[in-house]
Structure formats: structure tokens, C-alpha cells
Design a protein around this ligand. Structure first.
Ligand SMILES: [Zn+2]
Length: 340
């Protein structure tokens, strides 16, 4: 939960600017659509906005966080703030009818009433029609905030009656710094921030032992390519459980690709490694393959990554990739002579 508009601004500059301006100039719109990728805290901003509208002891534009209204919004118990997030793929007409009935009653509390619809792209035609009626006559002090990750699936009639505010994917550096502040080391934070721009997923990954195991496995796989007597195919069998979860598999293939890109970038004397603490191994590996071969191996990884959503035999597919890596790096016949 946000504590000040400055905190919102740090993550979503233009969102904070638009909303604070509307409050400052007394031009708050009755309907907003908050649109943007997963993990950009749209619901957090909606709640903070509600708190700003309802706080009885505001300090400038910032809600006090202590008054009766603020504390009840923090605990999700304020009778004027409705969060509409029914389970299922569709928001049914009854849900919206009930809401309208609720809003038509005299409110128990003074002040504006705000309702937030989560994943507002779930309206079907009839619930959308019901909603549209309220959008036309929202009532004096009723504000609606529709949240979506799939802006293109919203009905045009809904879009045209609201003010849309776009959330941007969170900047990598912000995610990395956020993880470092949580006590995650710099190298691992960097890798996670390259993998996802969803801040809550980044937090989850960084706290998860399996992701650390995957990270270490990838480092081992490439290190073993430098040792003729070691093979990673065995360790992949031992890591079988990693392949049982599709999010882990995505993370695994991403990390393999990051490492392979590091090798290519090193060959090109480019100075932005992702596996910052593996520079020595990366340097050695970069001398073992031609640029062409290094690219071909990356393409093989990309190809596998594209096939992951289909029902393929993962064990077999990753084994095949590891064999290609071993052939490429370990048993390369020509090396330094044609690598430059
Ligand atoms: Zn307050």
C-alpha cells in the first residue's frame, strides 16, 4: 500500500501527475480506467486515490493514514469503498445490479462513495449494459474505477465514457533496487529484474529457494562446459522437479538465454553482462566458440522457449539442448583462430 503520492510517482510518474492534478484542480472524473501490465499496482493506486478522497485530515494531497476513514480503507472495511472482484471469468449482471442498489441507498456515512472493479474486461454484454447506465448518471459523489490488464478487451462504449490512465511496465532498475532493499544480492536481483517487470512476481521469485536452485544450476551447467570430465545432463536429471512447474521452466530457459547472451556480448566486447559475477567463466567460454556458433546456440534456446507452451517432453527437449551446448563448447575443434 502506498503512503504518499511521491511513492506513487516513483513507480508511475504520469499516473501520479494526472490523479494529483485532478484533485488539486477539483476536476476529479467520475469514471477512470486504470490500464496496464500485471504487477503495476493499479489496485493499490485505486485504493490510495479513494483514501485521498475520503481522508478527513489530509496533509496537502496526502491522506493522513490515521483517521477513521484512512484506517478503515487500509483494513478494507470502509462502507463507502466497494471492491468488485467476483471469482470467475465473467462479471455477471447481478453483481452490478446489486452494486447499483447499494449505491442508490442513502449512505450511512458522509463523503464520496468509490467502487473499484477488478479485471473490468470480464463484463459480458448484459452486465456491461447495466454498468453503462450508471456511467451515464453516476450520482453526485460516486466515483468508479475500472482496472484492467487487457485494455483491448474492454467494450468501446465503456472506454468512451471514462478517462483512461495508462500504467507503464515497471522500470528494471526500480525492481532491482526494490529487491536489493529487501536484502537480495545484487547479481540475483539483476537477473530477476531482467526476467520479469511484475514487481510482486519478482518478490516471490527472489524469496523462493527453487529460483535460487535454478540460478545455481544454470551457473553449474555453463561451468561444466569448461570441464571435459563433467556433464550437466546428470544434474538436469537430478533437477527433474524444477521442470514440473511452468513458471520455473520459464525462469530456467530465460536464465540459460541470459548466460548465452552474456557470452555473445563478451565476444563483442559489450560491457553489460547480466551474470555480473560470472565474468571469468564467461570470458573462458567466449573463447571456445565462434560468434556464429554462439548465435546458433542462442537461437536453439529461443526456439525451445517458443515451444514451451506446447505439450512437449521437457526432459527430452532440455537434454537435447544440453547436448548441443556440450558439442558446441566442449568438443569445439576450432576455437581462438576463427573467433575474432
Ligand atoms: Zn485520513
Amino acid at each position: 500500500m502506498f503512503n504518499s503520492w511521491d511513492e506513487v510517482k516513483k513507480e508511475q510518474e504520469s499516473v501520479a501527475r494526472i490523479l494529483t492534478n485532478s484533485i488539486r484542480l477539483n476536476r476529479v472524473s467520475h469514471s477512470y480506467i486504470l490500464e496496464g501490465p500485471k504487477g503495476t499496482k493499479k489496485q493499490g493506486v485505486a485504493k490510495f486515490f479513494a483514501k485521498t478522497l475520503l481522508c478527513t485530515n489530509r496533509n496537502g494531497l496526502n491522506p493522513c493514514n490515521e483517521c477513521h476513514n484512512c484506517t478503515r480503507i487500509n483494513n478494507s472495511t470502509h462502507p463507502n469503498v466497494f471492491i468488485i472482484d467476483p471469482p470467475g471469468k465473467i462479471i455477471k449482471k447481478e453483481v452490478i445490479s446489486n452494486l447499483i442498489q447499494e449505491l442508490s441507498k442513502a449512505s450511512l456515512e458522509n463523503g464520496p462513495r468509490i467502487y473499484v472493479v477488478v479485471d473490468a474486461d470480464r463484463f459480458n454484454q448484459s452486465s456491461a449494459n447495466t454498468l453503462l447506465k450508471t456511467m451515464e448518471e453516476p450520482g453526485q459523489e460516486v466515483y468508479q474505477i475500472l482496472i484492467t490488464e487487457n485494455y483491448n478487451s474492454l467494450l468501446p462504449t465503456i472506454i468512451s465514457r471514462a478517462e483512461t490512465i495508462h500504467f507503464l511496465p515497471i522500470n528494471r532498475k526500480i525492481i532491482q533496487n526494490h529487491l536489493i532493499n529487501l536484502g537480495i544480492n545484487e547479481s540475483f536481483s539483476n537477473i530477476i529484474s531482467q526476467h520479469t517487470s511484475d514487481i510482486s512476481r519478482a518478490e516471490k521469485l527472489s524469496a523462493n529457494q527453487t529460483s535460487i536452485d535454478i540460478y545455481n544450476l544454470v551457473i553449474d551447467i555453463f561451468r561444466n562446459l569448461l570441464i571435459k570430465t563433467e556433464s550437466s545432463i546428470v544434474s538436469l536429471y537430478q533437477a527433474d522437479r524444477l521442470l514440473k512447474d511452468s513458471e520455473n521452466v520459464d525462469f530456467f530457459i530465460d536464465l540459460l538465454m541470459f548466460y548465452q547472451k552474456d557470452i555473445i556480448n563478451y565476444q563483442l566486447s559489450y560491457d553489460g553482462l547480466i551474470f555480473v559475477n560470472q565474468k571469468e567463466d564467461i570470458a573462458k567460454l567466449s573463447r571456445k566458440v565462434t560468434k556464429q556458433k554462439a548465435r546458433a546456440l542462442l537461437e536453439e534456446m529461443l526456439d525451445l522457449s517458443g515451444k514451451l507452451k506446447y505439450n512437449i517432453n521437457l526432459q527430452l527437449a532440455f537434454n537435447k539442448l544440453l547436448i548441443s551446448l556440450e558439442r558446441g563448447y566442449k568438443y569445439a575443434t576450432s576455437s581462438s583462430s576463427d573467433s575474432i
